[in-house]
Design a protein around this ligand. Structure first.
Ligand code: CAA
Length: 379
């Protein structure tokens, strides 16, 4: 066992760090305020190869490992979680699933432009009445012979309006319950597919979250991923990797807030010295640093298991559960250390605190992660 990164991993981390400072930091407060999607920044992330990081070069990707993905997600999320969630969803929930389970024709048509970052994708599982209880899909995909007829509504879809390629889970045979669910590739612009208004959110306000409506959308059979009825397993399997991405996002939010708190504590004077000289602040910073390091190790362990072809179900859920809880605790403390300045937008920590909350909710709430972990523990 060793704890060193390769030269390549260190270079990728540095590139992500530089990008975050040069391209994401300017305007991040305004994008949050006006709920503006970071379109230009996402385009550049695509050009750098960050949107299809783990996809093989054969399909337009960068062929990097999951460790590099964690490093990139941490660095981007320190500054702009609205941009980093695009990286996570495109890599883990869209490209990964297409590369692993898609047909050659689907890879040629959809994966290559997604991996190159020419277009972005969305993963559509959640519904008004199916969030944590994901097997209860109400969206239907009726088998019409050479195509499916899709009807229903999806909720809280990341990249909802900015995506071009949507992977949509829908129920074809309700009698078979989750074995009747299919994963279908739906393109923006297909007749009967409409996009609802952008959600007005507490955090990751730059991220483009919408509901989607499908009314008699004709989806060709060749757009089904995997065999008939494979859709739920497809969703669960892709979410396992997604959870590593969101864990690393939570880690980055926590680490970003901690860096700001350290910097502020060294500058801010009170009672004739800097507040970094006060033990009350020192202990907070020490606890934050310890928890962040533990979260980082859980993220890297899950990524390492994935890179080595080992099971990462439990490790990914542990990383997401712990890192998201650490993100929440750390950002609250970072605001506290900043005092009144922490409560205003210019100091960034209030945004990080609002952004942290979603990491305990999406890609499986903390409670769902506990279900997954306990099932593994009790196996
Ligand atoms: N890999 C492959 N298959 C899996 C699996 C996995 N990790 N986990 C479960 N399955 C399979 C099971 O084997 C089972 O299949 P069989 O019947 O053939 O054995 C099937 O899936 C159903 O599993 P369960 O019986 O365990 O179903 P359940 O209803 O008891 O629990 C759950 C499933 C774990 C709670 C699941 O519903 C779940 O993960 N819910 C949370 C959903 C979620 O994470 N949503 C996030 C939305 S996407 C998002 O947030 C993206 C974004 O915008 C950023």
């Amino acid at each position: 066992m060793h704890f060193e990164f390769t030269e390549e991993q260190l270079m990728i981390r540095q590139a992500a760090r530089d990008f975050a400072q040069a391209e994401l930091k300017p305007g991040v407060i305004e994008r949050d305020e006006h709920q503006k999607f970071p379109a230009e920044q996402v385009k550049k992330l695509g050009e750098l190869g960050f949107l299809g990081m783990m996809v093989s070069p054969q399909y337009g990707g960068s062929g990097m490992d999951a460790i590099s993905y964690v490093l990139v997600m941490e660095e981007l999320s320190k500054v702009d979680a609205s941009a980093s969630v695009v990286v996570s969803v495109n890599n883990s929930l869209v490209c990964y699933g297409l590369e692993k389970y898609g047909s050659e024709a689907q890879k040629q048509k959809y994966l290559i432009p997604l991996a190159k970052g020419e277009v972005i994708g969305a993963f559509c599982l959640s519904e008004p009445e199916a969030g944590s209880d994901a097997t209860s899909q109400r969206t239907t995909a009726i088998d019409m012979g050479d195509h499916y007829l899709v009807n229903g509504t999806k909720n809280w879809i990341t990249n909802g309006n900015s995506a071009s390629t949507y992977i949509v889970m829908a129920q074809t045979d309700a009698a078979k319950k989750h074995h009747g669910i299919n994963a279908l590739i739906i393109e923006k612009g297909m007749e009967g597919f409409t996009i609802g208004p952008k959600e007005n959110k507490m955090g990751i306000r730059g991220s483009d979250t919408h509901s989607l409506m499908f009314t008699d959308v004709k989806v060709p059979k060749e757009n089904r991923i995997g065999d008939e009825g494979f859709g739920f397993k497809f969703a669960m399997s892709t979410l396992e990797g997604g959870r590593i991405g969101i864990a690393a996002q939570a880690l980055g939010i926590a680490a970003g807030a901690h860096e700001l708190a350290v910097q502020y504590a060294k500058e801010r004077k009170a009672f004739g010295k800097t507040i970094a000289d006060l033990q009350a602040i020192q202990f907070k910073l020490a606890d934050m640093a310890t928890e962040i390091e533990a979260a980082r190790l859980l993220c890297l362990k899950a990524a390492w298991l994935k890179d080595h072809g080992k099971s990462y179900t439990q490790a990914g859920s542990m990383a997401k559960l712990f890192a998201s809880e650490v993100a929440m605790r750390t950002t609250v403390e970072a605001v506290q250390i900043h005092g009144g300045y922490g409560f205003v937008k210019e100091y960034h920590v209030e945004r990080l605190m609002r952004d942290a909350k979603i990491t305990q909710i999406y890609e499986g709430t903390s409670e769902i992660q506990r279900i997954v972990i306990s099932r593994e523990v009790l196996k």
